[in-house]
Design a binder for this molecule. Structure first.
Ligand SMILES: [Zn+2]
Length: 92
């Protein structure tokens, strides 16, 4: 009779333990999904050339390489802040 009673107690204890375990796994999975989504949103900005600064030869302002307009003029690549600067630089 005693081993049966012990077994019953073990099963009674396992059920709520399983629920806690599943909740924990659910939180871990949700945390991993959110951290992956958060990382994928941040990484392109950090790793890309976006932070590299280039000088606009027309107005002498520094602009982010990713935002700059690249033009090949007279054998060199130039970076401009706007198409207006490209036109003005070509006139020079
Ligand atoms: Zn400019």
């Amino acid at each position: 009779m005693l081993p049966g009673f012990i077994q019953f107690n073990i099963y009674a204890n396992i059920k709520p333990m399983r629920i806690i375990f599943f909740i924990l796994i659910l939180f871990i999975v949700l945390y991993l999904i959110f951290s992956l989504l958060f990382q994928s949103n941040q990484k392109p900005n950090e790793n890309s050339m976006g932070t590299e600064m280039v000088k606009d030869p027309n107005c002498d302002t520094f602009i982010q390489k990713s935002d700059a307009i690249r033009r090949y003029i007279k054998g060199n690549y130039y970076y401009f802040c706007s198409s207006k600067c490209v036109k003005e630089f070509k006139k020079k």
